[in-house]
Design a protein around this ligand. Sequence first.
Ligand SMILES: C[S@@+](CC[C@H](N)C(=O)[O-])C[C@H]1O[C@@H](n2cnc3c(N)ncnc32)[C@H](O)[C@@H]1O
Length: 225
Amino acid sequence: MGRLELSPRLRSVAELVPLGARLADVGTDHAYLPAWLLREGRVAAAVVSDLRPGPLDRARQTAERFGLTGRMDFRLCDGLSGLSPGEADTVVIAGMGGETIASILAAAPWSREAGRTLVLQPMSAQEDLRLWLMEHDCRIVREVLSREGETLYVALLVTAGEMGPLTPAELWAGRQSREDPLRGLYLEKLIGKTERAAAGLRAARGGDPVRLASREEVRAGHRQM
Ligand SMILES: C[S@@+](CC[C@H](N)C(=O)[O-])C[C@H]1O[C@@H](n2cnc3c(N)ncnc32)[C@H](O)[C@@H]1O
């Protein structure tokens, strides 16, 4: 059967899943996350979905390998379209771009109702996802960082409810705990990225002054964090 170890990124996602959850893992691919959570007895049930048959076959293989066939439900579908609201109280969407995550949530308003938990791990466009959440009555309760080699990842614990407005700097950098040991490095990397973006906009002939002002505001905000 072998041991099932999660990478630091998936481990940080797993730590945000409430104990006893009825889990939906959207875009599951190899299904390592739900397999680990089921084996550790941390979730009561798991439905896994993927848009493509290949990844869903990998998920079935993982379930078989770890003796979980019959404890995982498989759905070949776009986002949450193949699930009914009664099947899950916790939805994980990890390893996808922030815009894709937002479009999956937009298509399934039930996933954002009171009493549900979302665990989101965007690989890009974190600022777009935070903005989308803020505009759709979702509250970021916690943000955690993880590191694999030189790459840092952020995972968000989200519930229904209003969140105070985020400043442009917070949209970019999030609101992780100041105690998070990776926060300094995360901010450094973001500052580098926003400085390169602002320099590019300044250099571009006819650069968009509104975008430039927003990047400058982000840089100023970072310095105060
Ligand atoms: C990079 S993998 C991430 C796998 C796993 N969630 C993780 O974090 O390690 C992204 C997976 O999401 C699937 N996917 C992309 N868009 C999707 C959508 N709209 N609905 C369901 N699955 C989707 C892809 O087919 C792929 O298997």
